[in-house]
Design a protein around this ligand. Structure first.
Ligand SMILES: Nc1nc2c(ncn2[C@@H]2O[C@H](COP(=O)(O)OP(=O)(O)OP(=O)(O)O)[C@@H](O)[C@H]2O)c(=O)[nH]1
Ligand SMILES: O=C(O)[C@H](O)COP(=O)(O)O
Length: 239
């Protein structure tokens, strides 16, 4: 089966807002670059994908993708997480892709083996497979065949709605817990958890966090993660 990977990356300036209590705007861009590089590495090294595409208008990501022979899709690239992935899936489906696998750019501990595991679990079409975020709220790895088999709706708490949307179409979703995929970095508390995980030890992201002195900022031993502001609370505080 021909399955393409789709990695959505919004313009990095201004992304990772929920980390702004901890990181400067420049640091958020730098962190995002390291993380996207690691996700691209995993996708490019995984066996079983027909190709890898980024859907983006971000200049750094475009250059990085081209350097690696990754396809760049720009249509719909400013349409939000869901809109950009849906637009790319539509392009790929029109060209004959039987399915798409999508992951966000903020799961730096993902490995090629995890991508392969997600593909291995995925059944024959019509099928929907999902690897949840560690909090079982987000949908960090999703495989759909055909690419529009279930309407996507990323955002906070998308995991359970995605399962329900698959079932509403008569598809039993397959669920694959994968520790690297699960560890998305949205909040300062996620960085604390990431720093403690075995799966994170070899990542360039952890090396960057150490070098930038971010782990010290998280507090001694990262023992007491601060409360997580929601997206709504973050935007209330925005200028
Ligand atoms: N191409 C594209 N990708 C997006 C868009 N919005 C989000 N993404 C990507 O979707 C994934 C999840 O992003 P979000 O959690 O929505 O945003 P974030 O920048 O990581 O974090 P916050 O600013 O704290 O919400 C990341 O890979 C983003 O780059 C968009 O409008 N276009
Ligand atoms: O599963 C989701 O809805 C997305 O992962 C949301 O993205 P985030 O976890 O980066 O906020």
């Amino acid at each position: 089966m021909s399955i393409w990977a789709v990695l959505p990356v919004k313009e990095m300036r201004g992304s990772k807002q929920r980390l702004s209590p901890l990181l400067s705007p420049e640091e958020r861009v730098a962190l995002m670059r390291v993380m996207v590089g690691e996700v691209l590495d995993a996708l490019c090294a995984a066996r079983g994908l027909t190709g890898v595409a980024v859907v983006t208008l971000d200049a750094w990501t475009t250059e990085e993708a081209r350097r690696r022979g990754v396809r760049v899709i720009t249509g719909g690239a400013r349409d939000g997480h869901t809109g950009s992935v849906t637009a790319a899936a539509r392009v790929l489906a029109a060209e004959g892709a039987a399915g798409v696998l999508t992951m966000p750019g903020d799961i730096p501990a993902v490995t090629p083996a995890e991508v392969e595991a997600l593909l291995a679990v995925h059944g024959s079409a019509p099928a929907f497979t999902i690897a949840p975020a560690h909090d079982e709220k987000g949908s960090n790895g999703v495989v759909l065949s055909p690419p529009d088999v279930v309407p996507l709706r990323f955002g906070e708490d998308s995991y359970v709605p995605h399962l329900a949307a698959a079932r509403a179409r008569g598809i039993a979703p397959r669920i694959v817990p994968l520790p690297g995929v699960a560890m998305d970095i949205d909040h300062p508390a996620d960085l604390a958890m990431f720093a403690r995980l075995d799966v994170s030890r070899e990542t360039r992201t952890l090396a960057w966090l150490r070098k930038a002195g971010v782990l010290e900022r998280l507090g001694a031993g990262c023992a007491a993660p601060p409360p997580r502001p929601t997206r709504a609370e973050m935007s209330e505080g925005a200028p």
